[in-house]
Design a protein around this ligand. Structure first.
Ligand code: PLP
Length: 233
């Protein structure tokens, strides 16, 4: 099991590098999405050099956090209830799921220092997924300025499941393009906001190479590293 995990990690790292070379050569951070996987597996990846882990459920993450070394960089990638924000501030390195004003408020109220967050964009406008629409992004970003404890670092994109991952390329492209447009648009009038649009968290196990070719700076990989998640354990 250990060997297999590390082998998969090596393969994934190679594939990330190859995709970067086909893209713009940007830096790409691998986030190992460890939800529903046992702490031993996280430790194995940690020992192989992985430091960034992504979790989706506050309780599960709290339990795992205690079992792993302090220098793990935790990324919260799940839907976040406003009343749970207090557990994350000061502990999560990056929250990928800022998707509504009430969460900005909750963070503002609870945080002592600015909290790094990505604005989640629902690129396929799927009802079952959260995230704002691309066309709402400009206004949403401007709103964050009223909440100094919300430190926007970029955008996180969710896309529909696709039989052929190529189908999602236009979504990734549109998110990267929008980020570029807004950076330019905000440069004069809202320079801090323009500067804040650095990270693009997009791409999962099935489509991360396409996302990287289109400009992703972070990929969120679960299944391709850990194997299938078993929800009935
Ligand atoms: C679970 C999850 C992932 C990882 O998905 P895989 O297909 O297993 O790589 C990525 N992003 C989010 C938001 C997730 O909830």
């Amino acid at each position: 099991m250990t060997d297999q995990l590390v082998e998969r990690l090596e393969i994934v790292r190679e594939r990330i590098d190859a995709a970067r070379a086909r893209g713009a050569g940007q830096k790409v951070q691998l986030i190992a999405v460890s939800k529903n996987h046992a702490v031993e597996k996280l430790q194995t990846l940690y020992d192989a050099g992985v430091r960034a882990f992504g979790e989706s459920y506050v309780q599960e993450w709290q339990a795992k956090r205690k079992e792993l070394p302090d220098d793990v960089e935790w990324h919260f990638i799940g839907a976040l209830q406003s009343n749970k924000a207090k557990y994350l501030v000061g502990r999560a390195a990056l929250i990928h799921s800022l998707d509504r004003k009430s969460l900005m408020k909750a963070v503002q109220k609870r945080a002592e220092a600015p909290v790094a967050m990505l604005v989640q964009v629902n690129l396929g406008k799927e009802a079952a997924k959260s995230g704002i629409g691309l066309e709402e992004l400009e206004e949403f970003l401007l709103r964050t300025e009223a909440y100094p404890k919300v430190s926007v670092r970029g955008l996180m994109g969710v896309v529909p499941y696709a039989e052929n991952p190529e189908e999602n390329r236009p979504y990734f492209r549109s998110l990267a393009q929008k980020a570029g447009e807004l950076r330019e648009k905000f440069a004069g009038s809202h320079p801090a906001l323009a500067e804040s649009l650095k990270e693009l968290s997009m791409g999962m196990s099935d489509d991360f190479e396409i996302a990287i070719e289109e400009g992703a700076t972070m990929v969120r990989l679960g299944t391709i590293l850990f194997g299938e998640r078993k929800y009935d354990e």
